[in-house]
Every structure is written in C-alpha cells, then in structure tokens.
Design a binder for this molecule. Sequence first.
Ligand SMILES: O=C[C@H](O)COP(=O)(O)O
Length: 249
Amino acid sequence: MAQRKPIVAGNWKMNGSLELVSEICGEVEKHNNADVDVIIFPPALLLKDVVNKGVMAGTQTISEFDSGAYTGEIHAKLAHEIGAKYTLVGHSERRSLFSESNQQVADKFAKAQQFGLTPILCVGETEQQRDAGKTEEVVAEQIKAVIDKLGVAALNNSVIAYEPVWAIGTGKTATPEQAQTVHKFIRHMLSSYDEQVAQTLRILYGGSVNEKNSESLFAQADIDGGLIGGASLQKDAFISICKSALGNV
Ligand SMILES: O=C[C@H](O)COP(=O)(O)O
C-alpha cells in the first residue's frame, strides 16, 4: 500500500481572533513535521498572522476569477504571495449557503492550482441523500466535475476531504466504518481513471472529529487524516488530534 503522509487541518470557519492566533499557533507549529502536515485555515483576514507564526496555512475558499472588479473575492495569486499553501474548495457551507455549483468548485480548483495553491476538494452528501442511497453518486459527481474539467492528473497535486454534511457541526460523527466505506469507494472510483492517483491521493475525513474519536477514524486504511472544525478552535483538543494522526494513519 502507498505511504501517504497524514494531514490534520483546522478550519476555523468565521471564528477566531488575533488572540486565538497567539494562543494556538505557537503550539501547532511544533506538530507540523516529517510525519504529519498540520494546516490552519483561518478567516482570510488572519491569514498573514497565522503565516507569520510559522504555521502552514490556507484559505477557506478562493475566487475562480483573475484580478478585476470582483468586490470581496479572495485572489489565489495574492493568497499565495502572502504565504498560503492550500485552499479549501467546495466546502459544504460554501455549496449550501453560497450556492456554489460543482462547475464553480472545479473552476476554483483550477484557479488555485494555477497560482500555486494546493486545493483541498471537499465532498459529501446530505442526510437526505444518504437516506435515499445516493451517497456514492453525489460524491462521485462532485469529484468528476474536477476530473472532467482538468483531467485526473490534476488530482496529483490536491487533497480530497470527505465531509458528510449531516456530521458537520452536529456532534454526529460518521462511524469509522461508515467513513472508511466512502473513502474506499472514492479510491476505487479514482482507480478506474488512474491507479497511481488512487493510491497516493490523501483523503481526509471531516465532520465532528474530536480528540476522542480521531484515533479510531485515522486508523482506517483509507483515511489519511482529518479536516477539523469546532475542535480546531480548542488548543488542547486540536493538539491531541494532531498527536493521534502520528503512527495511526
Ligand atoms: O471543515 C470542517 C468541517 O466542516 C467539520 O466541522 P466540525 O468539525 O465542526 O464538524
């Protein structure tokens, strides 16, 4: 089996402050090493502060446009110049609250790579879709939008985060088995395009990950770390999750 370096990514969403940067980042930086990539996704206004603390960072979304009259958008080129290494694309909150389509997410993915950012493509089904037996179909469509636009090789320089919408911020974590089933499906689907991409792509799980469940989730064969929301705002919990990625992925 391919060796994949785990990632523990903290998505602060529209939370955090300069105080939180000071409280968490010094500690977090110590856990980013040869064995695990630790990344913080702060609100864009705190990106430079996080980078200045020596922490690997990214934006929570990115514009699909180049520079121009796009008030309020985050330019991938500027984010990269400031020091961002990654960006999330297609987080379910962007899809549901800001109506981002699969096509738009694919455009953002392309723009991120064009300007040197590694996209983390977020995918996942709603509870209704899961209940209707459509989990695999929904996740496959979300990934195929990127493959159709850019070709499967574009996934080489990316990460996928599987985040079932029903598990986000609800405390209702997918069981390790439920998560593993979908991660395995994603790898299987990718292997029909390219076996090397399927084996080397890092696939993170997100959705109510905390310091108590991270170890069992990360121990699954196809789970390469986590995208953490609420627990990434608590220093001790987040550090504990970072430690559980070591030797468990
Ligand atoms: O990006 C992170 C996810 O939306 C998970 O959030 P959560 O850990 O608060 O459920």
